[in-house]
Design a protein around this ligand. Structure first.
Ligand code: ADP
Ligand code: MG
Length: 394
């Protein structure tokens, strides 16, 4: 454990003691993530490649024997939220933050795990709503704590799937499984290659520092309202495309057959947006596979071009980018970055930028001045060191 992790664990345990009047039984952490490549592929049974951030959500937890769940987060102004676990019902939490951890308890119990009550206190260094998956970090940290305390014997992937179910069904957000898998399963110095159909995974070496490289995250600090409806619309469009092509999911369209598939969609009178979405998803799956080949062959620098192509596809075909994300990518590339792309759902949130170590300052300054000149809110720029997934810290 490094000093920061120890500090966060201690502070979270102290916060717990001040709130609940006793030391917690333990403290667990789960990270936020960025996705290196493979965007809008996870609901198409496709491939993704996230890495865990050094930023974590930390939960201090003790069991209770009276069936009560008490929840508190240092990041909200709300006091302690008290719920009865036997009375937990999907979408009953009126959208409040407590639905995320309560949803995990609900999902565990739905899956037949004997989870009783708990006192939980949360702190986090994962920026919320920045496309860095603070929601998955919160769910996965909660699941890790309850798994250990109640001796459930979950695998990291098993915990991730239940956390996704919590977010889908209890909170009511139709997210794919990537974020929770990243937060649960990533390892230091690696990106996680994940097949979202069968959840097979591979740790792909991504030790940037050893190669004189850095991955920057540009958090644009904007979130355009469009987001939620657009996500559902893209998802429906992809499903329509798969149906029209007679495949279970777009992942089943081989890249070599993309031109023929697009021609078939056009001939069948499918709307042009469906054609664009299919082109994005099928080419994005191919980009993930290409990036893996390059990383495994030590060709990390050459992935930059693929990141740029991925961004263009998200911007032009899927149309989920925005002015701030496009500017982050363009300004980085103009200042000498090897590659850059928006990451996450888009319409704001964050971009990732691959740079030579010696160019970090130049690229950072270039993005900052481009944002200032355009009159955008100043972005938050930091380094993404590939970090480890959920773990016990105390
Ligand atoms: P993202 O996952 O990209 O950060 P989401 O909208 O999916 O954005 O999730 C953000 C929501 O998750 C917050 O609005 C809040 O309800 C909940 N959340 C995440 N982290 C915390 C935290 N540390 N404390 C309380 N709520 C949190
Ligand atoms: Mg989220």
């Amino acid at each position: 454990m490094n000093d920061t992790a120890a500090g966060a664990a201690g502070a979270t345990a102290d916060g717990f003691a001040a709130l609940y009047g006793a030391r917690p039984e333990g403290v667990w952490a789960a990270p936020g993530r960025v996705n290196l490549i493979g965007e809008y592929t996870d609901f198409n049974d496709g491939f993704v490649m996230p890495l865990a951030l050094p930023h974590t959500t930390v939960v201090a937890v003790s069991r209770r024997s009276d069936g009560l769940l008490r929840l508190h987060s240092a990041d909200t102004r709300q006091g302690i939220v008290q719920l009865e676990i036997a009375g937990l019902r999907p979408r009953s939490e009126a959208g409040g933050w407590a639905a995320y951890p309560a949803g995990v308890v609900w999902a565990l119990r739905e899956a037949g795990h004997e989870v009783g009550g708990a006192d939980i206190h949360v702190t986090s260094s994962v920026p919320t709503g920045a496309g860095l998956s603070s929601s998955a970090a919160l769910e996965v940290a909660t699941a890790a704590a309850l798994d250990d305390l109640y001796g459930l014997g979950l695998s990291p992937a098993g915990a991730a799937v239940l956390a996704q179910r919590a977010e889908n069904e209890f909170v009511g957000v139709p997210c794919g499984v990537m974020d929770q898998m990243a937060s649960a399963c990533c390892t230091e110095g690696h990106a996680l290659y994940l097949d979202t159909r069968d959840l097979t995974q591979r740790q792909v070496p991504f030790d940037l520092a050893a190669q004189g490289l850095r991955l920057l995250v540009v958090d644009t600090r904007v979130k355009h309202e469009l987001g939620d409806g657009a996500y559902a619309e893209r998802r429906a469009g992809c499903e329509a495309g798969a149906r029209a092509l007679g495949v279970r999911a777009l992942r089943d369209v081989p890249y070599a057959e993309l031109p023929a598939a697009l021609a078939r969609l056009e001939a069948a009178g499918q709307p042009e947006n469906v054609v664009r979405y299919v082109r994005h998803v099928v080419s994005e799956d191919a980009r993930v596979e290409r990036v893996i080949e390059l990383l495994e062959a030590g060709g990390t620098r050459a992935t930059g071009e693929i990141l740029l192509a991925g961004h263009a596809s998200l911007r032009d075909d899927l149309r989920v980018s925005c002015a701030e994300l496009d500017l982050a990518v363009e300004a980085s590339a103009a200042a000498g970055a090897l590659g850059a792309r928006m990451t996450g759902g888009g319409f704001g949130g964050s971009a990732v930028v691959l740079v030579e170590s010696g160019d970090v300052e130049r690229v950072t300054k270039a993005v900052e001045s481009a944002f200032a000149e355009a009159g955008h809110t100043a972005p938050r720029i930091f380094e993404a060191t590939p970090s480890k997934g959920a773990h016990r810290v105390a």
